[in-house]
Design a protein around this ligand. Structure first.
Ligand code: GCW
Length: 673
């Protein structure tokens, strides 16, 4: 059955002519060396070619075999291919003459590169390419392309909407569920090369010998696929596990404890990637508990893993309820002065925006503001604030919008240039995505959520990719490479995130979700103990106006951006309307570019969001006989849920705003039926 388990690696037979060509030309696959990675690459290519050509197997003989070989191979070396620029992970796939035969050569400097090239070749075929003219080459622009699993040791996934954790901690390390291998295949196919196994809200227990052994078993499964394992570290572990009285990073006993712990982990996992740390945020322990800086904390851990080549990913997502400063400013205030103070093997992990994974946020002001420090970007793939698993929201446009944002710190500098290291010449670069993966048959809770995992991987490989071509690839691989399917599916996807923005948080509003779980509207909530968790903290609506004044007359968060950008954002007239109420508190009757007032524009956006979902439902209905029943029906059902809930969002929000502004519905808007 088409239950979505195969993700975008379905390998169903291509249309007749293409399948026939593959049967003729590509029925044998050879590898010129024997490494675990080349073995899994050959298996994947055989599986893919057999599936796409409609043959039972692809290990017969053929005139044009596919050859997998690294540049170390003598025959490959003789071809003098431009491998020098490919680095450790780039690849080259080319139709060429090799040892007297016409072959499709998949090559690279390393076997990992060959694996990525193999997946690239399959993707090319799955999206309608033909081997006769194949000529592909690509090198990742970002070094660490990492999933962050917020998986707890009891199997519950924080903000996970696709079932229990994939990791069965009870049966590890002995039982290596074949699903772990499929997880690795899916990740390798999109270039993901690291995975943090446990939640950033970490338990010290994950660093005990028994959990290290479990992590080591997973690392063994992932290794051939080029994927390294990382762990989230709880900063107070020396107290909880080591019996020390303190976790002060400058205490020699504490440093020694971490060093011994790192040595222990590396004995079990020689290529362990390192630690991810959430410190002094939302109740987590950290160096600030001892009046030390985040750099002191990060550097102490970095010293423990440095002898083994490990790194520390230190999160900048910090804010404190005791701090009266605008929450959007606190991370910058804390981290900007630490620029240049971090050890070489530390990378600071910064969320895409300054609050918290909202449907839309302006890019985080730290990007471009810490030139001496490698910064990695963190996106949320799981849709905590965008309708969980049920709402269809393709996040490619969200990722791309942030990455393409100009920091204005230097001419032409974008967030992508900071992330890929080009801006400052950093070589330690990275992109993290909070995984949306669980034990559901379809991994991600819905077919369309798989696209967000896919897009994250593709954009981590190349943060300059646009959202639409990535969606096209995914749709072709996930359904079929025919325009009759790809065009309408991509059409639905491309506006879907904007629709969520429209029906949840139009015009730059944010954090209006019902509290705790973050599902459904709650703009009226005002009674939480932590004031900065209350939606009213963010929208500040009253009888006269709405929005958060982040200019000089307010929190002055705009001053955290480069001067030229700060000037632009200080004036509502030059602030992009999509971020208007993020930066400004404006009267309800202020006129916008459309000629409508702020109030009328908001209502207009709510309606547009609902209408978009209705349109997606109609478009999907037309695809009923082009898509298998199981995936079609589940998606159709979810779209119906989304339409109902988009109305709920609109109607509840509009009613609440009316209770605050006492304005009538704008002219021409009919009250809800
Ligand atoms: O978005 C918030 C979530 C928390 C999460 C936190 C973080 C892991 O509501 O569940 O905790 O962000 O990113 O640390």
């Amino acid at each position: 059955a088409e239950d979505g388990y195969d993700l975008w690696l379905r390998y169903r037979p291509l249309a007749t002519n293409d399948a026939a060509a593959l049967q003729r030309d590509a029925q044998s696959v050879e590898r010129r060396d024997d490494t675990p990675t080349l073995r899994v690459a050959v298996d994947e290519v055989r599986r893919g070619l057999a599936g796409l050509s409609g043959r039972a197997s692809a290990d017969g003989t053929s005139a044009h075999p596919v050859v997998l070989a690294t540049g170390a191979d003598r025959d490959v070396a003789a071809l003098r291919l431009p491998l020098a620029t490919l680095g450790d992970e780039g690849y080259l796939v080319r139709s060429t003459t090799f040892g007297g035969r016409r072959v499709t050569l998949v090559t690279a400097n390393t076997d990992r590169g060959v694996l990525y090239g193999s997946f690239a070749m399959l993707r090319y075929l799955q999206t309608g390419g033909s081997l006769a003219s194949i000529d592909l080459t690509s090198t990742p622009r970002v070094k660490l392309r990492v999933l962050n699993h917020w998986d707890n040791l009891d199997g519950v996934v924080e903000r996970g909407y696709a079932g229990q954790s994939l990791w069965d901690w009870w049966t590890l390390p002995d039982f290596r569920d074949p699903r772990y291998t499929d997880y690795a295949r899916a990740n390798a196919s999109i270039g993901i090369n690291g995975t943090v196994l446990n939640n950033v809200n970490a338990k010290a227990e994950s660093l005990t010998p028994r959990y290290i052994a479990k992590a080591a078993a997973l690392a063994d499964v992932f290794r051939p696929y080029g994927i390294k394992v990382y762990l989230s570290a709880r900063f107070s572990a020396p107290i909880e596990l080591g019996g020390l009285k303190t976790a002060d990073p400058l205490d020699p006993q504490v440093a020694a404890w971490w060093k011994a712990k790192a040595d222990e982990i590396y004995r079990a996992i020689p290529d362990f990637g390192g630690f991810l740390v959430k410190a002094n945020s939302e109740g987590q322990p950290g160096p600030r508990d001892y009046h030390r800086s985040h750099a002191d904390g990060a550097n102490m851990l970095a010293a423990a893993v440095a002898p083994h080549g490990g790194i520390v990913m230190w999160r900048a997502f910090v804010y404190a309820d005791t701090d009266p400063e605008d929450r959007a400013k606190q991370a910058y205030t804390e981290f900007k002065p630490l620029d240049g103070k971090f050890a070489d093997n530390v990378i600071v992990q910064v969320k895409n925006g300054a609050i918290d994974f909202q449907p839309r946020e302006p890019f985080h002001p730290l990007f471009g503001a810490m030139p001496k420090t490698p910064l990695m970007i963190e996106f949320q793939i799981t849709k905590e604030y965008l309708g969980f698993a049920t709402h269809l929201a393709y996040l490619g446009p969200l990722f791309a919008e942030t990455l393409a944002s100009e920091t204005m710190q230097k001419p032409g500098e974008t967030v992508a240039n900071v992330v890929d290291g080009v801006a400052e010449g950093h070589t330690l670069t990275g992109m993290a995505g909070v995984a949306n993966i669980g034990r559901d048959r379809d991994w991600a809770g819905s077919t369309f959520n798989q696209a967000n995992w896919y897009a994250f991987g593709r954009m981590a490989w190349d943060p300059t990719l646009a959202a639409a071509p990535v969606a096209r690839e995914w749709a072709a691989m996930t359904f079929a490479p025919t325009p009759a399917i790809v065009d309408p599916v991509v059409g639905m996807m491309m506006g879907s995130r904007e629709a969520v923005v429209d029906y949840m948080t139009p015009l730059g509003l944010a954090h209006l979700m019902a509290t705790g779980h973050h599902y459904g509207p709650g703009p009226w909530v005002a009674d939480l103990k932590r004031s900065e968790w209350n939606p009213v903290y963010y929208h500040r609506a009253d009888k006269t106006g709405i929005g958060f004044d982040r200019t000089k007359t307010g929190s002055d968060a705009v001053a955290q951006y480069a001067p030229a950008l700060a000037r632009r954002l200080a004036d509502p007239a030059t602030t992009p309307e999509r971020e208007l109420l993020w930066f400004h508190h404006l009267p309800w009757d202020r006129r916008l570019a459309s000629g409508r007032t702020v109030w009328a524009e908001m209502v207009h956006d709510y309606d547009a969001g609902v209408d978009y979902v209705s349109t997606m439902r109609r478009q999907w209905a037309l695809l009923q006989f082009s898509i298998d029943a199981e995936r079609w029906t589940k998606t159709a059902t979810y779209l119906a849920v989304q339409e109902r809930e988009a109305r709920w969002w609109r109607d509840a929000s509009v009613a609440y705003w009316m209770s605050v502004n006492h304005l009538p519905l704008p002219p021409g808007v009919a009250p809800p039926a």
